[in-house]
Ligand binder design. Structure first.
Ligand code: ZN
Length: 271
């Protein structure tokens, strides 16, 4: 964990989650979404796969499961105050971070124009000594990051999106879920009931009675690291800084320095 964690207390005007499965957002950032929704944020939940393999009951066909999980997802989103759910419909369990998936992610970003995107950590392979991270989670996270940069904000990528009327859109910040404790956290103490209520809607996946205890325990453990009751934490990547605030800070730090002392950076460097 970073030395100086920052509590994020102000909701963005708009946010988007880009994750693999119908219950991923609820587990990873459901409290954050509920808090932001209460503050008026427009929230789009992008679910990449159809969830067709998340089941051990052989009497239910994959097609039936897809329908069930969409309904569960919609109810869960309502419990959190999410504005809309977008299902990309990729087959569950075999997700790859393809160029086509990046394009589909760039498309949904350009369409709904979120300020902040929350996604997973493509480098996360294990959870402690008891969990192998689902390959779809890593593939979704990798495609999300590269769909954001460079694809969503650069008109040269996927000209077919321009033809659809979708102009480039720059994301301001990417929040990567950090289960072990990241430098940015949201106090979700007041949203724990909403998070549990949303998870409870995923009835095809688990009985909430079997899950609630450890969800509360994990978020309490994260909260304890920051001195709050319950928390969700993130690695925050700031892609578009507030220039006026930065310029003001720069002026203060460079007070007395002449502009002539600045050394221009050669064009084409920094690749
Ligand atoms: Zn999942």
């Amino acid at each position: 964990m970073a030395d100086t964690p920052t509590q994020a207390t102000t909701a963005p005007a708009s946010a988007m989650t880009i994750l693999a499965h119908p219950d991923d957002a609820e587990f990873g950032c459901g409290g954050t979404l509920a808090i932001w929704a209460r503050q008026g944020a427009e929230i789009t939940m992008v679910v990449i796969t159809d969830g067709s393999k998340g089941n051990a009951d052989r009497s239910i066909t994959p097609q039936q499961l897809v329908v069930m999980r969409k309904e569960e997802q919609d109810r869960a989103a309502r419990a959190l105050g999410v504005t809309r759910v977008v299902n990309l419909g990729y087959e569950d369990g075999v997700l790859q971070p393809t160029i086509a998936l990046r394009r589909d992610i760039a498309r949904v970003i350009r369409k709904h124009k979120p300020e902040i995107v929350i996604t997973g950590d493509p480098d996360s392979r294990f959870g402690g000594d008891f969990y192998i991270n689902h390959p779809d989670h890593r593939a979704a996270a990798e495609a999300a990051l590269y769909g954001i940069f460079p694809a969503a904000g650069n008109f040269n990528f996927y000209p077919e999106l321009l033809a659809e009327g979708l102009e480039p859109h720059q994301i301001k910040e990417v929040w990567v879920e950090e289960w072990g404790g990241g430098s940015t956290f949201v106090d979700i103490t007041d949203a724990m009931d909403a998070k549990i209520a949303a998870l409870a809607e995923h009835k095809s996946q688990f009985d909430i009675k079997d899950v609630e205890e450890f969800v509360r325990k994990w978020s309490a453990e994260t909260g304890a690291k920051y001195g709050v009751g319950h928390a969700e934490s993130y690695r925050k990547i700031v892609l578009e800084r507030d220039r006026s605030a930065e310029d003001a800070a720069k002026l203060v730090s460079e007070e007395g320095a002449s502009e002539l002392e600045e050394t221009p950076v050669a064009a084409g460097s920094g690749k």
